[in-house]
Structures are given as C-alpha cells and as structure tokens.
Design a protein around this ligand. Structure first.
Ligand SMILES: NC(=O)c1ccc[n+]([C@@H]2O[C@H](COP(=O)([O-])OP(=O)(O)OC[C@H]3O[C@@H](n4cnc5c(N)ncnc54)[C@H](O)[C@@H]3O)[C@@H](O)[C@H]2O)c1
Length: 252
C-alpha cells in the first residue's frame, strides 16, 4: 500500500514511538488520526501534522469504537492501525521487603498492553473488512508493538513480558483469522528506544543501556521504529511475523 493512500490510526500517538510513527506517516503523505489518553499532547501533535486526535482508552470497547468512527469520518477511510499505546512497570514477584507482586498491577499491564492491543486490532479489522481490495486482495494492515522483553524479559518484568509475549503470540493466529478479509497483521519488537520513558533516566543509566547494544552502540531513535512501521504498510507481502528492531541486543 502506498503511503499517500494510507489512512492510519495510531494509538499512543501522543508520545514516543506512536508520535514518531505519526510524524513519519504524515511526512510520507498518509492521513493520520492519533488515539491516546493524553489529550493535551495528542491534540497539539495532531494539529501540527494536519491530522486528527481522539481522546481514547484502548482498553474500553465503546471508547475505541467511537474513536475509529471519528477517524474514518475525518480521514475518509481506515486501512492501517498501529498499536503503540502501552505502559511499563517494574515489580519483582517476591520483593526485597517481603512483599508480593500485586495482582492488580499485573492485571493492569495485561489490560493495557495486551487486551488494549487486541481490542483496537479487532475493531480496526471490523472497520477495514469492507474496504475495496487492492489487486492482491489486501484491504488493510494492523501493526502491533511487542518488545524484546517478550523473548528476553528481565527481572521485574514478569507482567510486562507476559503482556508482550501475548502480543507476539496473537500475531500469527490473527493474521490467519483475517486472511479471508485481506487484512495483514504484523508486530514490531523494539529494543531500547529513546522515548520520554527512557529520557527520564540518569545519563549514566542511558549510557550503560546504550553500551549493552551490540551494534550500533546507542539507543534506538523513535523515527527508526516509525520507518519500520511505514515499510510494513508499504510491503504487502509481510504478514504474520514479529520483527525485532534492537541493534542485535540480546539481554541476558
Ligand atoms: N521505548 C522503548 O524502549 C520500548 C521498547 C520496547 C517496547 N516498547 C513499547 O512501545 C510502545 C510505546 O512505548 P513508548 O516508549 O513510546 O511509551 P510512551 O510512554 O512514550 O508512550 C505511550 C503512550 O501510550 C499512551 N497510553 C497509555 N495507556 C493508554 C490507554 N489505556 N489508552 C490510550 N493510550 C494510552 C500514553 O498516554 C502515551 O502517550 C509501548 O507498548 C511500549 O511497551 C517501548
């Protein structure tokens, strides 16, 4: 699919990887609608990009349904959905102080990162299924965000890694489910990217993380994620796979 013909919703579009994706897509001629809980930043970015913002909670069915309807009206269609909304927590199962990993925080991370991703993907698929097909039958594409934590989760990442492992796990079966509707489903597993989450760490911690990357020895630039998402939209033969983008980082 060409970017000029792309009408994309991007969750988590008010920050980090989602914002970068919105910028790359808009600069390439796509129409974009940003879906996020953060209306202040989301609205400002959407205005700058000539796009639309809808305050949305990805875990809420009615909220996403309404957001997708607004997005379709604003863009004149919908044929791409990029799931970047997510949260991260650090919590060990047995804590040094004798406490136990809270079940509530575990459920929360699964709810936003996994259930939220599935919720947006299924409703976006429903909105795309009647699009006119391209010559090869494609009607749209869904891109989910996993993490290398899906494969190499670290101490304190039980909840986060579970949620991201779920995102990797749903990619192939969802691609198979949606094949007859001509909708592709892909996932991106980022390594360590310089988003607001990471920028808040002390310089020493950032340097140490950068040094752990195999090559190049730096944190990922969010625009590199956005360019990969753009490539997935454009390359119609990519389907059902999770692509790592991590400078060959393999965390022990
Ligand atoms: N930054 C990294 O190094 C990195 C690495 C691997 C994976 N990821 C994943 O990439 C995605 C984006 O991460 P980021 O670094 O850009 O984070 P970020 O915190 O900069 O942006 C996340 C955005 O999601 C939004 N959001 C959170 N919960 C939401 C909800 N319920 N409904 C709607 N919006 C919601 C936030 O408001 C925020 O704007 C996340 O899924 C994260 O797990 C990031």
């Amino acid at each position: 699919m060409e970017m000029k013909d792309t009408c994309a919703v991007i969750t988590g579009g008010a920050s980090g990887l989602g914002e970068a994706t919105a910028r790359v897509f808009a600069a390439s001629g796509a129409k974009v609608t940003l879906l996020d809980r953060d209306s202040t930043r989301g609205a400002a970015i959407a205005t700058e990009l000539g796009g639309t913002f809808v305050e949305t909670d990805v875990t809420d069915e009615a909220s996403v349904q309404a957001a997708l309807a607004t997005a379709r009206d604003a863009m004149g269609g919908l044929n791409a959905a990029v799931n970047c909304a997510g949260i991260a927590i650090a919590e060990t199962v047995l804590k040094k102080d004798g406490g136990l990993h809270s079940l509530e925080s575990y459920r929360k991370v699964i709810d936003v990162n996994l259930v939220g991703t599935f919720n947006v993907a299924r409703l976006a698929a429903d909105a795309m299924k009647d699009n006119p097909p391209a010559p090869d039958g494609n009607r749209g594409v869904i891109i989910n965000t996993a993490s290398i934590a899906a494969f190499d989760g670290q101490r304190g990442q039980t909840a986060y890694a579970s949620s991201k492992g779920g995102v990797v796990g749903l990619t192939l079966p969802m691609a198979r489910d949606l094949a007859r509707s001509g909708i592709r489903v892909m996932a991106i597993a980022p390594g360590i990217f310089m988003t607001p989450m990471l920028a808040g760490l002390p310089q020493e911690a950032q340097d140490s993380l950068a040094a752990s990357v195999t090559n190049p020895k730096r944190l990922g630039d969010p625009s590199e994620y956005g360019r990969l998402a753009k490539f997935i939209v454009e390359c119609g033969y990519l389907n059902g796979e999770t692509i790592r983008i991590d400078g060959a980082l393999r965390m022990m």
